[in-house]
Design a protein around this ligand. Structure first.
Ligand SMILES: Cc1ncc(COP(=O)(O)O)c(C=O)c1O
Length: 402
């Protein structure tokens, strides 16, 4: 009985919101995929604009061929952890390729980006003498890494190097290791961290910087190395974490570093040691996507062109946007109820975006989060802009009536 009482509040709130919503935004099923930007949902073709498929590589022919070949030659799963029987030559090769692409000496592949952060943070920082300092808007896996670590965790104000500086200045002399965790581009609002300033503040206090570029890998910087490349400080980042589940169009994650001690994580990181390694198909797809990103800038250029078009159109429609031009374009809405209604209206107009409501969002904001893809065609973008035009008209009408 007591075990389930904690769910009652959330269940009642969800029930209230869903009672007025023709669809459940949290259990949409893509009944048939028609490509990187289209799917059939309940018999209707929908433009996908909430997928994190930034470079649109999920249906790239070479990646599909490589993944199919990997299944044939290496099987459907590894049935073991990286630490035991789950490291194949392809896992090792991808670690080398990622390290080379990013310009670090060492790289470790994990089963997901979630586990890469969980595994790196929990192994690096330990009680009683280490302290973790995290940006308040960090992703759940960074928070969970802090919890698993058990080290004292201090939050600083989002994207505010001065706030970090103050907190580092106040630390007791007994503190041994200091680990600062930030992200390159934040997933919900699409706002970008001042990575250069954070590197300077962290290093001034003898702290190490862990930077999660999950949403910015492949997207920012002249070579797609992320926000740290765009800021000219890639070589000063102590630990670079990333995922295969966005621009690399697969599933898996990694941590890269110039510190040789990174290799110790292979026998001290529980999320590395106690879970099965990524399947051969996942590794082959990520490796092929990485080769494509390394050799072809045109996807990144298309992505930014598409982002500029959408951002300009939404600005002209009068929406309140959460950040400047970028691959994530989030529109703020008045409250949860309005966000549910707006999300339904976009689905009605044939567009899927992510509905994000508190407590999953910063500052208790309700948003419609759109992610742009290099694979979005002119026609896809026309459909998106038309849908948001209908939405802006409906919101204006609603406002006029109240
Ligand atoms: C900032 C950030 N880090 C890590 C992850 C986890 O990535 P994965 O899907 O590979 O577990 C996500 C996923 O959305 C993310 O947004």
């Amino acid at each position: 009985m007591g075990l389930f009482e904690k769910f009652e509040g959330t269940a009642a709130q969800l029930k209230g919101l869903l009672a007025a919503s023709p669809r459940d935004p949290f259990s949409v099923s893509m009944d048939e995929m028609k490509g990187p930007t289209r799917a059939i949902v309940k018999g209707k073709e929908i433009v996908l604009a909430g997928t994190n498929n930034y470079l649109g590589l999920t249906f790239q022919k070479d990646a599909i061929d490589a993944a199919s070949e990997a299944v044939k030659t290496s099987g459907t799963g590894t049935t073991g952890s990286r630490f035991a029987n789950g490291t194949y030559a392809a896992h090792r090769q991808l670690e080398k390729d990622l390290a080379k692409f990013l310009g670090y000496e060492h790289c470790i592949v994990f089963s997901t980006g979630y586990q890469a952060n969980l595994g790196a943070i929990s192994a690096l920082a330990q009680p009683p003498h280490d302290v973790i300092l995290i940006d308040a808007d960090c992703h759940a896996c960074i928070y969970d890494g802090c919890q698993l670590s058990g080290a004292e965790t201090i939050r600083f104000r989002h994207n505010d190097p001065e706030s970090l500086d103050k907190r580092l200045s106040r630390l007791s002399r007994d503190v041994k290791g200091k680990l600062v965790c930030i992200e390159g581009m934040y997933s919900m609002f699409g706002d970008v961290a001042p990575v250069k300033e954070f590197v300077e503040v962290a290093h001034k206090h003898g702290a190490y910087l862990l930077l999660d570029e999950a949403h910015s890998f492949g997207v920012f910087g002249d070579h797609g190395q992320g926000v740290c490349e765009a800021d000219g400080v890639r070589d000063q980042v102590d630990f670079y974490t990333g995922t295969f589940s966005k621009s690399l169009a697969s599933i898996g994650g990694f941590v890269a570093s110039n510190h040789p001690e990174l290799e110790y994580l292979r026998f001290s990181s529980r999320p590395y040691m106690f879970t099965a390694s990524p399947s051969p198909a996942n590794i082959a797809a990520a490796s092929t996507a990485l080769a494509k990103i390394s050799s072809d800038n045109s996807m990144r250029e298309r992505l930014w062109d598409n982002a500029e078009r959408i951002h300009a159109a939404f600005t002209q429609l009068g929406f309140e946007l959460c950040a400047g031009v970028g691959p994530v374009i989030a529109v703020k809405l008045a409250n949860r109820e309005q966000a549910f209604m707006a999300w339904n209206m976009l689905m009605e107009s044939g567009v899927y975006v992510n509905l994000a409501i508190p407590p999953g969002t910063p500052n208790a904001t309700s948003i419609l989060r759109l992610s742009v893809s290099a694979a979005h065609t002119e026609n896809d973008l026309d459909i998106v802009v038309n849908a948001y035009t209908n939405l802006s008209q409906m919101l204006a009408k609603e406002k006029a009536e109240t």
